[in-house]
Ligand binder design. Structure first.
Ligand SMILES: [Zn+2]
Ligand SMILES: [Zn+2]
Ligand SMILES: [Zn+2]
Length: 360
């Protein structure tokens, strides 16, 4: 994701910030602008109303906001809500329907971490016009979330069902997530990755099923009518099959079932555009050492002129080489531990086309 700059002093800001470290301005993310902005209380008003803070005399910045209730109550969110919206929660928080028991030690910190990842998912979905940053007052948009903790005898399974994404908040504990990653032989497991994957199931319903793209989907990913629970049982019993799964799939888990293949592909597509946007905001230019390809300047993947899929891939491959090489310089494992085959890239192209092809 792009970095932001403080409206008041120009200091670089990150998406999660709530205060500028240089000038002390309060910060909030304004969903309709998809930007982190300096904000100030509306003068002479004690009803908790805020407005954008600008360095010059106010230039028509009369729009008023409240801070999301989850900021006021728990310091767990940095989004604003338009003052005219009757919903006290922001566009991201209102999609969370069930919270873990916040009176249990550590659940608040786990929930906070999950909501941070969810706001990042929101940002990318909004950039792709898959959710509205400004839904009608009070309205909901996009998937609904339930964040739950295991109870004795009631383990919580992360997954998607009929528009609702359930996430086991144990995944917010680094030690527990790494334990699961190793025991399941996964090279990559993050909160953001989980949410991106599950959102793929949600958008399969909306963009593939509801828009009559089932035949094209089956040609690319296989027949999703294959028994789903049996397929998952077989995957967890025997692992990825066939052994050379890299030739056709983005990940080992993608072999489990056509729906999982799609959701893994979708998550990779969201990784791809987020990483490219970050690199473009830093004006990244690359030449792979020894290559004859010349300088590759990373374009913002959300700019309408840069949406060509082949162009995204041209930038993506050297960028992931650079990213992994930087990680190895610090003694870390590869941040992006995948190599995409031509067949896997075709699946990513399918996701790209599904997102950008208007409804017929
Ligand atoms: Zn500042
Ligand atoms: Zn919020
Ligand atoms: Zn899945």
């Amino acid at each position: 994701m792009r970095t932001f700059r403080c409206d008041n002093c120009g200091h670089p800001l990150f998406f999660e910030n709530v205060q500028c470290l240089q000038c002390g301005s309060a910060l909030a993310f304004l969903p309709e602008r998809l930007a982190l902005c300096a904000v100030e209380p509306v003068p002479g008003n004690d009803a908790g109303l805020w407005r954008r803070r600008t360095r010059d005399p106010p230039r028509g910045e009369s729009r008023q906001y409240r801070l999301c209730h989850n900021h006021v109550e728990y310091q767990a969110c940095n989004f604003t809500v338009p003052a005219t919206d009757p919903n006290v929660l922001c566009v991201s928080c209102r999609q969370t329907r069930v919270l873990p028991d916040l009176s249990v030690a550590d659940n608040r910190e786990r929930w906070y971490r999950v909501e941070v990842a969810k706001r990042r998912l929101f940002y990318t979905l909004a950039k792709l016009a898959l959710v509205s940053p400004e839904p009608a007052a009070g309205a909901n948009d996009g998937p609904v979330f339930e964040f739950l903790a295991d109870l004795p005898g009631q383990p919580v399974l992360t997954g998607h069902c009929e528009g609702v994404i359930t996430l086991n908040i144990a995944e917010a504990d680094d030690a527990e997530r790494v334990r699961r990653r190793i025991s399941l032989h996964e090279p990559y497991r993050t909160l953001l990755g989980h949410l991106r994957h599950e959102s793929g199931h949600y958008y399969w319903d909306r963009l593939v099923h509801d828009r009559g793209r089932i035949d094209a989907f089956r040609d690319m990913f296989g027949d999703e009518r294959t028994d789903y629970s049996r397929a998952l049982q077989a995957y967890y019993a025997a692992g990825a099959a066939p052994a050379n799964w890299q030739a056709r799939h983005v990940s080992g888990y993608a072999t489990a079932h056509p729906w999982e293949d799609w959701a893994e592909t979708w998550a990779h597509y969201l990784h791809m555009v987020d990483l490219l946007e970050t690199a473009s905001s830093f004006n990244t230019r690359m030449t792979v050492p020894g290559s004859e390809d010349g300088v590759n300047e990373v374009a913002n993947p959300f700019d309408s002129g840069a949406r060509d899929f082949d162009r995204l891939v041209e930038q993506w491959i050297p960028l992931t080489l650079l990213l992994n090489s930087l990680n190895r310089s610090l003694g870390q494992d590869d941040a992006y531990p995948f190599a995409l085959s031509a067949a896997a890239l075709d699946k990513l192209r399918f996701a790209h086309d599904v997102i950008y092809t208007p409804e017929q």
